[in-house]
Design a binder for this molecule. Structure first.
Ligand code: GAL
Length: 301
């Protein structure tokens, strides 16, 4: 995927915000040599945390590079934004009361023991974003995460918690800068990550992946009448050859395509031993009578 300057798009674990007729894409900048963190019980491949990039588009096809929305820092190992840390899965929403753009992201140490959500703000959609701090919502671990802004203006942080065993949904404060005490445990003991949420006809749909690091696995989805749950699991939304590995990808975000009653499922095709070379997979997602379908690459091409 190339931007309008013919450079490869560098925006992994991405999210999209639609604002005043423009789609803004935010993602992890992965640049540099991938290394393996020693002493881990799992395949912990890492690349320097490169901060968060921003691209804009009016048609979801032509993406203009808008620069680094949130810069990392170098040589400050205790700083959340140090290049030796983990800065992943950024998601941005607009707060119409404070008129600020609010970015939440997963902040971690290279061994994933920190498990916090970081927040940054900007007056401008493309940034630069000013980093505030990171938090364990209500003292709970938070790793893979997403943000969801509901029709009533309330916003929620959805994250893998409890050592990735259980997800949680937490209502944010009115300014979107803090977790509130209102939160629920969902998909309890189901070991899901890479959450991506959308709303269709009043119901909340949550697509997640299994926990297998950078290696792809089968997505599943769950549906709820209330964003805080309970969620009913409904199986794999992918259809066709490759459905058992989400077509070699892992969910990151779902965009409602304006003016149409369908969605775009966005996923990452990780290249674990050379993360900079990771690719993307964007596929149409449909909902028919409550059944979610994501069709195979061949069918979508
Ligand atoms: C994945 C997760 C990615 C990244 C990776 C590290 O499971 O979804 O965002 O954290 O693990 O191994």
């Amino acid at each position: 995927m190339y931007d309008t300057d013919h450079n490869l798009v560098n925006a992994h674990g991405a999210g999209v915000m639609y604002h005043n007729g423009v789609y803004y894409l935010f993602g992890e900048i992965k640049k540099g040599k991938t290394w393996s963190v020693s002493g881990q019980s799992w395949e912990d491949y890492r690349v320097p945390a490169g901060g968060i990039s921003c691209y804009s588009s009016k048609d979801l096809k032509h993406w203009k590079y808008e620069g680094v929305a949130l810069s990392p820092v170098k040589g400050q190992p205790d700083n959340d934004l140090d290049t030796g840390r983990v800065i992943e899965r950024p998601k941005v929403i607009y707060n119409s009361k404070t008129k600020q753009f609010v970015m939440w992201m997963h902040i971690d140490k290279k061994d994933y023991s920190y498990s916090q959500s970081g927040v940054a703000v900007s007056d401008n959609p493309i940034g630069p974003y000013h980093y505030i701090s990171s938090v364990k919502p209500n003292g709970q671990m938070s790793r893979d995460m997403t943000l969801f802004k509901d029709d009533d203006g309330k916003a929620y942080l959805i994250y893998s918690s409890e050592q990735n065993n259980t997800m949680q949904v937490c209502l944010l404060s009115d300014d979107y800068l803090h977790p509130t005490k209102t939160y629920s445990r969902i998909l309890v003991n189901r070991r899901r990550e890479a959450p991506a949420m959308f709303k269709n006809e009043g119901k909340y749909y949550l697509i997640t992946s299994d926990c297998s690091g950078w290696s792809p696995n089968a997505a599943t989805y769950a549906v709820a009448d209330n964003i805080l749950g309970p969620y009913k699991e409904n199986g794999n939304p992918c259809v066709g050859p490759g459905a058992n590995t989400t077509f070699q990808s892992q969910s990151t975000y779902i965009i409602k395509v304006r003016g149409k009653n369908n969605y775009l499922f966005m996923a990452d095709r990780w290249n674990k031993t050379d993360l900079e070379k990771s690719d993307y997979l964007w596929l149409p997602l449909t909902v028919n009578n409550g059944k979610v379908e994501i069709k195979s690459v061949a069918a979508a091409n």
